[in-house]
Design a binder for this molecule. Sequence first.
Ligand code: AVI
Length: 337
Amino acid sequence: MKMDITDLSREPVLPGSGSAEQFSLDVLTGLSARPKAIPAKYFYDDRGSSLFQQISRLPEYYLTRTELAILGGLAACLSREAADDPIDIVELGPGDGSKSRVIIEALLGSGCDVCFYPIDISTKALDLLAGNLVGCDGLAVHGVVADFFDGLRYARSRSSNRQIVLFLGSNIGNLDRRQSQSFLRRVWRILGPEDRLIVGFDLKKDVDMLTRAYNDSAGLTRAFNLNLLRRINRELGGDFRIEEFEHVGVYNPLLGAMESYLMPRRPQRVFVAELGRGFEFDAYEPLHVEYSFKYLEPDVEQLAAGAGFEVERNFLDDDRLFLDSIWTRGGGPHRPS
Ligand code: AVI
């Protein structure tokens, strides 16, 4: 296995147009709003990425191990159908690479030439992943530090091989319905007619099971959420009294989503030096930090069609907890009705 990394997240051309500026703007907007809310994408600094890796191994967090088992069958099917042509595997948010490894190994085993393009905004995440691909002989890995769309376009510019794009791990669940539709349409525009997109969906299920997965007994999910406040303290000069915040993970049946909130047990005034202003929290005033949307099988079909894709095949575990769906590029997005 040989790996190189291309960093497309270079310094912005104009002062004030970079990701640090966007972070402070989003924090300003989110803490000024009612209810207060900060986008979940800011969980994933180096510490956040590593806490998420630990969450994914927890007994209560059934998602990762269930999907890994599903991918075994899916990978065997892909490798049976693979022609002699080389294949590029492009993964959006690869985590530690254990899921893509299942697919890569099956394709390499069937004699395919495989290039892997993991795309992530965290360099640390790509470093972690390299260790997990050791032993994949003959695999060329081109890591890309970039947002997903820049990364996808970059991978396409580097090679005209058939691509299998992976968006696994229920990452789609962190986008609301409107965001997921527009995200998938943008992917559709970049993919070619021979390419495939594989998306991992967490399915609707027993509410206790969902609630346990987002309120683990080891307290890792709490630490993961509180890390967002730590990040504001560190990067934006905030003074959140973090130990006074409770983490709350609840299922909203109307939305079909787990929702995560942070709430201070006592009133708290937070000053953020970078923004030059303070924000008042009442006792138990919620700060919304994450949605994790859950799906029914017909929702998946509808989402695919709305973004222009056709569902080729769905793979589920026996308990129907999780679904990985293989999509081809169909005739184009349906107009919203
Ligand atoms: C990355 N994402 C799919 C995870 C999820 O299940 O929504 C993040 C996470 N949040 C709390 N636990 C895990």
